[in-house]
Unconditional design. Structure first.
Lengths: 244, 85
């Protein structure tokens, strides 16, 4: 794995992603400023969380026209793996790399809390390290996380196994109470038809060590690493982190 | 070329949940404006631009709406061309 983490003006989870990959996984990662036009030899692109361009107009709407996004579009079109987290998910939707949109939370509140999501598809490059149906405790931090799409798009997502994460309660059931933001069909994360672009609102990079309260998000990164032919993760990183 | 003042009104698509509109709707009811039946919250953009004709101005702003100003998944827009000096 060799990750490029795109930093937009207003990104604030880029270092969390960097730490998850370099410190916890022991793999190379570098930041790519949004005004750059090339991704170099990266085999994974991460669009991190934050408030790119102050969320002006609509969350993600202006970031999608950053110079680097042409390179991200080409990278995705060539089959490269793209992970969009939170604001990154919003950017992917605005850029048309994922269907639908993310609108204001139904509660109107900015939500910073732990949620449970169920892994609905454990066959993607982003989730293969998880068990099908595994329930993860992850953190959310967003004001515009309510996923919407028209009925035909939602049905196509469901039929194609492209709803990858869904908000559930402690028993693992999809309920209205478990849905923090009003997302249609409790959708927390989706993947494109080709299976190489994934967006999700929860923050896996904030849950990669038990010191942080949960390492349930680590599986996203270990899945990607394994898919990209990573081999064994250097033991020293687990010894240091204390999480396995 | 002449100057055109254009207003773009963007609103959440009909049928889509509008939590801001609902909150304001409820607030108006608590102020006893019981006659309010619904509230939708959108955005108003005032754009001044140069164009050869009103039609040219409209077509240009329509392009802007489709590319950036409105989200085709969640929003509808209207373009109104005002008189210019």
């Amino acid at each position: 794995m060799n990750a490029a983490i795109v930093t937009f003006p207003g990104s604030n989870c880029d270092y969390d992603c960097y730490k998850a990959i370099t410190d916890v996984l022991g793999r190379p990662a570098r930041f790519v400023w949004h005004r750059e036009t090339e991704l170099g030899d990266a085999d994974l692109v991460i669009l991190p969380g934050g408030f790119s361009y102050g969320d002006y107009l609509r969350a993600g709407a202006i970031a999608r026209f950053s110079p680097i996004m042409d390179a991200v579009q080409r990278f995705a079109a060539d089959g490269g793996l793209v992970l969009g987290i939170c604001n990154g998910f919003q950017v992917l939707c605005e850029a048309g790399l994922l269907p639908g949109a993310l609108i204001r939370n139904a509660t109107l509140k900015f939500l910073g809390q732990t949620v449970r999501v169920r892994v609905e598809n454990a066959t993607t490059p982003f989730t293969a390290a998880y068990e099908p149906g595994q329930i993860l405790e992850l953190h959310i931090a967003h004001g515009e996380g309510s996923y919407v799409a028209d009925a035909a798009t939602l049905d196509a997502l469901e039929a194609g196994g492209r709803v990858v994460f869904r908000y559930v309660n402690a028993a693992g059931n999809v309920t209205a109470d478990a849905n923090p933001n009003g997302s249609m069909r409790n959708i927390a994360g989706i993947i494109n038809e080709r299976g190489n672009v994934l967006g999700l609102m929860p923050h896996p990079e904030r849950s990669v060590e038990l010191l942080l309260g949960s390492d349930d998000g680590l599986g996203v990164f270990t899945s990607l690493d394994a898919y990209l032919g990573g081999g064994a993760v250097p033991a020293a990183h687990f010894a240091a982190g204390g999480a396995a | 070329m002449r100057e055109y003042d254009i207003e773009v009104r963007i609103a959440p698509r009909q049928g889509l949940l509008d939590p801001q509109g609902n909150a304001i709707h409820n607030a108006l009811h608590s102020l006893e404006f019981d006659e309010v039946e619904s509230v939708r919250v959108g955005r108003l953009l005032r754009i001044r631009l140069l164009a050869d004709s009103a039609e040219g101005a409209r077509s240009s702003v329509d392009d802007m709406c489709r590319k950036l100003l409105a989200n085709p998944v969640t929003e509808d827009y209207e373009i109104a061309i005002g008189a210019t000096a």
